[in-house]
Structure formats: C-alpha cells, structure tokens
Design a binder for this molecule. Sequence first.
Ligand SMILES: C[S@@+](CC[C@H](N)C(=O)[O-])C[C@H]1O[C@@H](n2cnc3c(N)ncnc32)[C@H](O)[C@@H]1O
Length: 204
Amino acid sequence: MGKMIADLEGYFRKLVRGRDELLLALEQEAREEGIPIVGPLVGQLLGLLVRATGARQVLELGTATGYSAIHLARACRQTGGRLLTLEWDPGLAERAQANLQRAEQNASAEVRIGDALEIIKALNGPWDLIFIDIDKENYLAALPDCRRLLKPGGLLVADNIGFQGAVDFNQAVFQDERWLPVQLLAFLPEHSPERDGLLLALRL
Ligand SMILES: C[S@@+](CC[C@H](N)C(=O)[O-])C[C@H]1O[C@@H](n2cnc3c(N)ncnc32)[C@H](O)[C@@H]1O
C-alpha cells in the first residue's frame, strides 16, 4: 500500500468547489449566528444526489435559512422537479423564502411553516428523495412517514447522525431490512460539526 496524503483534512478542505456570493453570504451569516447549516460539501452532495437519482419530488425536514434548500432547489431545476421544505420557526421560514427568491428558486420551492412531524403525517407520496435535518431526537418519529412517503427505490438522506439524539434512529434503520442503508462517518468541511455521520438509505 502507498502512503496516505499528509494532512488529509487540510487536503480535502481545498477540494471543495467554490460557491456563488449568495451561498457564501449564507455560510458567513450561519457562522456569525451559530445556525447549524450543512455547509458546502453536503450542500453539493445533496444537489448531486437529486441529479443522480433524477429526483423530481424532493422533501426537506428542517429549512433554517434555506441554505440546503437552495442546493436542493437548484438541482430540482435540472430534473424538472420541485422542493417542499418544512420549518417550524416562522422567522427562519421567512428568511428562507427570501433567500430562495434571491436564488431565483422560489418557483420550484415551497417553504411550509409548521412542525415537520405533523405536516408529513398529512402528506401523500410518492416522493423521490427526503432529506431529514430537524432536531435529532425526532428523526426516529419521522421515520415511518418517510418510509410511507418515499417511492420504492426512493432515497432517504439524514444529516447529523453522529449526534447522541440520533442513536435510536440509526439503530432502527440499521435493523429494518426494508431499508438499504449506508451510515457514513465523514469529514465534512464547514459542516456543523465538521466530523459527523451521514445516512443514505434506499427505501426497498
Ligand atoms: C440543522 S437546522 C437546518 C439546516 C438546513 N437544513 C441547512 O442546512 O441549511 C434545523 C432546523 O430545523 C428546524 N426544526 C427542528 N425541529 C423541527 C420540527 N419538528 N419541525 C420543523 N422544523 C424543525 C429548526 O428550527 C432549524 O431551523
């Protein structure tokens, strides 16, 4: 086996592609206000996943200021799809709506205000991709509806699965043979936090 690259984290940090001024401004704002956003790498990964799966019906649980929503909505423009994103804090939802408008993505993206756990109960499927990024203690409660809403072959993505609050959720997905999960421990530059877990799971 050859040698590993020295300072792997510094090396991979430099391999994150640039962003436009709006995304950079939202990253800066998130740092200043302590808003836990996914950061550039996971944002770009979300966009890649939407495009790679050709997802047209995309649901996000946990909008904050709309940073990940912009990545998802831009990818939806490529697939001809739409994004519904759920946020219970009206002030944040309003900021997300304004940011989606600044990104010219408001036509294909809707921000809905309310408790994501309640809203998803009333939704119907099929959805192609669901991204969970709400309070980690509530991931488990969201799981049955995510399964009901996703089409067979649909993709569930969950952020921050390295948090203690996600332990029951991680175990539930791991044990349930109706999911095909990959639970990654990853270095995620500018993600909050940079060393965290990420779940990708196919709904079988
Ligand atoms: C980690 S932040 C989302 C970050 C966003 N996905 C991004 O990367 O730009 C989590 C957000 O979910 C919201 N939230 C937490 N629990 C929620 C729930 N049950 N229903 C709706 N929103 C919730 C919080 O108010 C917060 O804005």
